[in-house]
Write a protein that binds this ligand. Sequence first.
Ligand code: UD1
Ligand code: CA
Length: 466
Amino acid sequence: MDNRCCVILAAGDGKRMNSANPKVLMEVLFEPMLGWVLDSVKEAGIADKNVGVITGSSTDKVAKFLKTKGRYRSFVQTERKGTGHAVIQAQTMLADFGEKGGDVLVLNGDAPFMNAGTINAAYALHKEQDSDVTVITANVVPAGNYGRIKRDKNSALLSGIVEMKDCTPDELMITEVNSGAYWFKAERLLWALPQLSDNNKSGEFYLTDTVELLGKKASTYMADDSIIVLGANDRRQLRALNDMMTEVINNRHYIAGADIIGHNVIIGKDVKIGRDTLLMPNTIIRGGTEIGSGCVIGPNTQIDNCKIGDNVTLNCVQAFDSSIGNNVKAGPYVHIRPGTKLHDNVKIGDFVEIKNSEIGTGTALAHLTYIGDSDVGSNVNFGCGTVTANYDGLEKYRTVIGDNAFIGCNTNLIAPVEIGANATTAAGSTIGEYVPPGALAIERGQVNIKENWYKNELRLLNKDKK
Ligand code: UD1
Ligand code: CA
């Protein structure tokens, strides 16, 4: 369906957000509002190259964001003269689609709940009725600042849209509102746009005035759920959108078979969670994270962009850009930094940090350990307080540990270094050279014993006196 293009209005600056960023980049569940809109358009089947974003305030920032999402077009609106004026900026694209009898979807860049289902259902109706414009409407009580849908008294056909500021008291009572999303025949939109006037309370060229111009060929599609109209003008409204989106996303996971108990579980839009996985309070899961089934995640856990297998327990874990196999147990107080790969059955106890390392199947790091830039085999046991010294102040080096090695408590491994399979390091050793397979490496000073140490005797005597 290459006959469809889309214009997204994103030139507003959103002063009431009081932010260094433009409004459309304000985030709902870690994704800019514009990103939600772009993803819905993509899901509706409209190709990136046929989507034009109208930018104005902070054009550079918006352009930079667009690059991260796909190969979109953008058009700069240098002055904010209203939604009708904004759409005209994309006239070259509109003319291309007008010539081939195509249609254009116009959306607000700050309405993150607009979804592909609504977009395509409205398109189907638009084609069926052969309309010049199909306005996506919703029933909202109270109707707030939204533009009101006016209908002919007798025929009930759409007769126009009146902005709240321009409403008569009677019109204010109308609860069917304009979502700010429309399907137009591209050629008819191009015909109507130059006829708009700015003779209204705001002194702007209203896109909504095209409806009256297109007369009989204008119709409506009412969305099933009025949530699609919601946007945010200030931080309080943004907070409300976050709460509502959390509800929407969590519901999706309930349906897919996950459990969430208690509060403050926040899940990003693209996260996938398997069946019978339980999420506990104060847990944030974001980025492209995928979690398998039967896991227990949280409490107090943050996971960003990780692949996690089945039956994994993460309690009070911070994990970033890493992969975690099946049956892994980690926590409490564990930091898994980018580039880490934990194979199946790895066990990680409290106060352990792992960075840019591969840890083999069944290996245990039970307490107080730092493993950085390391390749560790399977069934290795790390004693409490093992440290890889991976950085000499200039360069980083790797540590390699073979299968079944036993690393004694408080071992320092000075990289680059290799410990062979089945080798042992004695507790308290600092190891900076190759340890062959099966060997024991001990690095310890001689113990020097002084009998009847007088200082301690003095201390004990003083204690008795007090
Ligand atoms: C608009 C509609 C209103 C509808 C509401 C739904 C008009 C005149 N009114 O009102 O009927 O109920 O959306 O949310 O269209 N923008 C530009 N350039 C401009 C002006 C706006 O790009 O010159 C962008 C804004 O960034 C925003 C969108 O267009 O993303 C809507 O503009 P806004 O000023 O918020 O319109 P509303 O008053 O909300
Ligand atoms: Ca708005």
